[in-house]
Write a protein of this length. Structure first.
Lengths: 462, 47
């Protein structure tokens, strides 16, 4: 399976099954398009047996002379020989192994506070309450959650715990106590906890900053971009804006971490489809690590992304990619999470087949200790899997999530980006189609574009 | 090759035998929380 496209003056060929990425000239681009359009199952042998050249002469003979076509075909055959073009899909047979493997829990999203001091309009957690009541996680529940994680992690050494909310700083003492408990336990069980926290920054102070820098592997700082954009969607409960209070704190924290191991993370909606301006605003504030995600919302929400918004969004991603290349070349680059792609040392096939791990390797824990497949399912009773006292009491939910992958979703099978998103977000699929065994189409369109841009940036900077 | 510049030397199939240790980061824990991005993650064994 081959995906080829032109972007920013580059002719790019992605060999989907091998993950090989080639930048080619116009002639080779046309040759590959002709061959893959005719039959996607070429082998080095069929490419050399004369029929391929005959096909090229017939289809492209009016534009290129025979010697040119033959020369390009030689390159194509060489790539095929190396397993970097027309590579067969040899992973489906691994699926049984992936499905049958005994998964362990390696990551928890601790909902340390179902409460928030902001009232963001698009919050899927409904101002922290998740369709339920306000609550703070007790130390006892948190401790049981960490014990559950250790007990269910098998031989996995690296364990991840994200302090999430609502707003985790509203329950800061419990966060500190749980980190101390985790550090004690990791020695006893030969584990390593990677703690992270996601915060809106309202309560961030010097003491919290020092603790975060000492203990947290990563910190996610929620901010939407330009002052007017942020304050429209992320007001305090009294309606006033949060930007001016938060930004100086985030800048200080990012600098204190040497601009590493953090993300400033925003959400864009159809009210700021020019979101590249918000990313550049982050960069101009001095941030080096950033992410801006499309909003997740019901189609009826006025701010939700609609299919008709996609052309504008695609242009924004293109625009951003070009600016990022310029800035990188001028020594003033920054990282945008969704344009990061690791072509050399990226995830293994097993990881690409198993997806995000929700419901199996990754679980969310509510303030009262209930377990859900991920933070986005919290509050939907149908997905309640168990609790920290009894463990998983509905293993069939985990089985359902484990069975879901890029080969079981029809839309993914034929998608060139399947090994980069691994089937996408199951919560999004459920929210839009009522089943995790589907894909959120608008999200897929954006994901494909981001993969294309990420690869083009690699080409430009190579 | 005259007409092609390949950006990567590793292919997915190279990771079939050695992969699957599971020590890598869970995708949603990094920055997204509302989508799923796996391709930008780094293999723990190659750190």
């Amino acid at each position: 399976m081959i995906h080829q496209y032109k972007s920013n003056g580059y002719n790019i060929v992605l060999d989907v099954n091998s993950g090989a990425v080639h930048v080619v000239d116009e002639l080779c681009y046309d040759v590959i398009a002709c061959l893959s359009g005719q039959d996607g199952t070429h082998t080095p042998k069929t490419l050399k047996d004369g029929r391929a050249l005959a096909l090229l002469k017939e289809s492209l003979g009016d534009r290129y002379i025979e010697s040119e076509l033959a020369e390009a075909l030689e390159d194509v055959a060489e790539l095929a020989e190396a397993g970097q073009l027309f590579a067969p899909d040899c992973y489906e047979c691994l699926l049984d192994e992936v499905k049958k493997r005994k998964t362990v829990v390696k990551a928890l999203c601790l909902h340390i506070a179902h409460d928030c001091n902001l009232a963001c309009k698009y919050c899927f957690a409904e101002e922290g309450e998740y369709h339920g009541r306000r609550a703070l996680m007790s130390y006892e529940v948190g401790k049981k959650a960490l014990d559950f994680l250790i007990a269910n992690s098998g031989s996995r050494r690296n364990l991840e715990v994200d302090f999430f909310g609502g707003e985790p700083l509203l329950n800061w003492q419990v966060v500190k106590d749980l980190v101390a408990y985790g550090r004690e336990q990791e020695k006893a069980h030969d584990k390593h906890f990677r703690f992270t926290v996601t915060t809106n920054g309202v309560l961030l102070d010097d003491e919290i900053e020092a603790f975060v820098n000492r203990e947290m592997d990563n910190v996610v700082l929620s901010l939407d971009g330009r002052p007017e954009v942020n304050d429209r969607m992320r007001p305090f409960r009294n309606g006033s804006g949060s930007y001016s209070l938060i930004v100086p704190k985030f800048q200080k924290l990012a600098d204190s971490r040497n601009q590493e191991r953090y993300y400033v993370r925003g959400t864009f909606t159809r009210e700021n489809l020019d979101f590249s301006e918000d990313i550049l605003h982050f960069a101009d504030l001095g941030f080096k690590q950033m992410s801006i995600e499309p909003v997740v919302g019901d189609e009826s929400d006025p701010y939700a992304i609609r299919e008709s918004d996609l052309p504008v969004i695609m242009e924004e991603y293109d625009k951003l990619a070009k600016i990022m290349i310029e800035r990188e070349k001028s020594g003033n680059g920054f990282h945008f999470f969704h344009f990061m792609i690791d072509l050399e040392g990226g995830p293994c096939v097993a990881k690409r087949l198993s997806g995000c791990g929700s419901g199996t390797e990754y679980l969310a824990v509510t303030p009262w200790g209930d377990l859900y497949p991920c933070h986005q399912f919290v509050g939907q009773e149908k997905f309640l899997m168990g609790n920290v006292d009894d463990g998983i009491v509905k293993p069939e939910i985990a089985d359902d999530f484990r069975s879901c992958n890029v080969y079981t979703k029809e839309k993914c099978r034929s998608c060139f980006a399947k090994f980069y998103c691994s089937g996408g977000c199951m919560a999004n699929a459920y929210n839009f189609h009522g089943t995790i065994h589907d894909a959120y189409d608008i999200g897929c369109e954006m994901q494909r574009k981001r993969v294309e841009c990420a690869i083009m940036i690699k080409a430009a900077l190579s | 090759m005259k007409h092609v510049k390949t950006l990567n030397t590793q292919t997915f199939s190279n990771t079939v035998k050695k992969g699957g240790c599971g020590e890598c980061q869970t995708s949603c824990q990094s920055a997204c929380k509302t989508s799923c991005t796996v391709g930008n993650q780094t293999c723990e064994q190659k750190k």
